[in-house]
Write a protein that binds this ligand. Structure first.
Ligand SMILES: O=C(O)Cc1cc(O)ccc1O
Ligand SMILES: [Fe+2]
Length: 453
């Protein structure tokens, strides 16, 4: 159990810029943290009167009766209970943020697709107005599937807060720096890091360095967890201690504000008179965290052949069918290539799962050109894909000495469900019309004679 105390500058400041974010290590630990001494009750959750006049409130991330190893909840001790924050809800429109099921008859999703980076806009865009849905999969109403988004953020949310009742958000920054001021503490996030924001957690997003662009995987289903390592053992891949959960930090701020809620794909707004980020102390295992992708320790082939990319899974969100994820988050980062007599890049492939990829920086080995930082690609359920002609020719003729793949970080959101393009992805976003031509010049080498061509 971790215990750490931070007296937060959030309390005084009108925004939290300038405060120091502090973190506790571990994935899914039972944490405890207080921003004021003795704010956290000891030995019980519901004292008749909590210290400082705080209200106790539980945030349940799983059903009460979920098996113990999956059961997640957090006890918050806050200046006002959340229910004081909810008055009448009014429907608002965020036209670019879409939710499954969202199958558009005039949009074709069957195919291989690739996009250049969505350019920054000259408008002021917040975390909410700057979210651009690219694909949706599954059904939010039955809590299965996901959506992939690009965010373009230039403006901090001011006296404005948000939570998603629909989903947990996995945030993968590509440009710029953001600060997530959450009920449970502050997370500063930059490229090469990721963050997980649990379903139901209230937060405000500030721009520390803009413009900011990145990718989001919105998970409607069971939470992301660390994959079992099997025979790899107790170490390597993503190690639990490299996940960082913020220490408690609170705002005692009275100001006319809004809270926007995403609920079954709809957005509603309510007005409140104070900051809802008023949790002075908390304990539990349902909390946001961040993770530095540079601490991911890749394990791979050290003699021959190319393993399935699941070897690079950072996080997996189960679907209920064992081994068939609702979402796998897979990382292709710097590593040594040493396999002998082997075609080293990804092989040609058709997959029952749907593969959405994004480039954080550098060059991806199967697509040395055209898949650029900030760009995305989609190889949907059972649609063939693989190295382009240049990658194939290069790798099948290469001198197979040990080689470092340097300056490379791409990722995949892989889901068991087909992914449907939004109108934005099919129309407004910079779709590369000529993407499939990258395979057009692949040569027939077969002439009936044995031997390597
Ligand atoms: O580039 C892709 O499509 C992803 C991918 C990577 C890999 O190493 C093996 C198979 C695969 O589909
Ligand atoms: Fe693939």
């Amino acid at each position: 159990m971790n215990k750490q105390t931070l007296i937060s500058g959030m309390q005084q400041a009108s925004t939290s810029v300038g405060t120091l974010a502090g973190y506790m290590p571990g994935f899914g630990n039972d944490f405890e943290t207080e921003a004021l001494p003795d704010a956290l009750p000891q030995g019980m959750n519901s004292p008749q009167k909590a210290n400082y006049g705080l209200y106790g409130e539980q945030l349940s991330g799983t059903a009460f009766t979920a098996p113990s190893h999956q059961n997640e909840r957090t006890w918050c001790y806050r200046i006002r209970p959340s229910v004081k924050h909810t008055h009448r809800f009014e429907r608002i429109d965020l036209p670019y943020w879409k939710t499954a099921p969202h199958v558009q008859n005039d949009v074709t999703s069957l195919g291989q697709y690739r996009w250049d980076p969505v350019p920054h806009s000259d408008q002021d865009l917040t975390w909410l107005t700057g979210m651009r849905t690219m694909t949706t999969a599954g059904d939010v109403n039955t809590q299965v599937g996901m959506a992939s988004h690009i965010y373009l953020v230039t403006k901090s949310m001011e006296d404005a807060y948000f939570y998603s009742a629909d989903s947990e958000l996995l945030v993968v920054p590509q440009e710029g720096r953001l600060r997530f001021c959450t009920e449970l503490g502050i997370i500063d996030l930059e490229p090469k890091e990721i963050a997980i924001l649990p379903r139901g957690l209230v937060y405000r997003v500030e721009v520390l360095e803009g413009p900011a662009r990145g990718f989001v995987c919105e998970n409607y289903g069971q939470k992301f967890e660390l994959p079992g390592r099997g025979p790899i053992g107790a170490n390597c891949m993503a190690n639990p201690r490299d996940f960082k959960t913020p220490v408690a930090a609170y705002e005692d701020r009275d100001a006319p504000s809004t809270v926007t809620v995403k609920w079954c794909g709809q957005f509603h707004e309510t007005k409140i008179g104070h900051s809802p980020l008023d949790v002075v102390a908390w304990h539990g295992n349902y909390a946001p965290c961040k993770y530095d992708l540079r601490t991911y320790c890749p394990v791979g082939a050290i003699l021959f052949d190319h393993p399935d990319p699941s070897i690079f899974t950072v996080l997996t969100a189960p679907s209920g069918q064992e081994g068939t994820a609702n979402i796998d988050f897979v990382l292709f980062r710097e590593r040594w290539m040493v396999a002998e007599d082997t075609f080293r890049p990804p092989w040609y492939h058709k997959n029952v799962m749907s593969e959405l990829m994004g480039n954080i920086y550098g060059q991806y080995d199967a697509k040395p050109k055209g898949f650029i930082p900030g760009g995305m690609s989609l190889h949907n359920m059972m649609l063939p894909h693989g190295p382009d002609r240049n990658a194939f020719e290069g790798a099948s003729n290469a001198d197979l000495k040990a080689e470092k793949l340097d300056n490379t970080m791409s990722f995949m959101f892989e889901t068991r469900f087909p992914q449907h393009l939004t109108q934005f992805a099919a129309g407004e976003a910079p779709l590369q019309d000529d993407y499939i031509d990258c395979w057009a010049d692949i040569e027939k080498k077969f002439d009936g004679t044995p031997g390597k061509k």
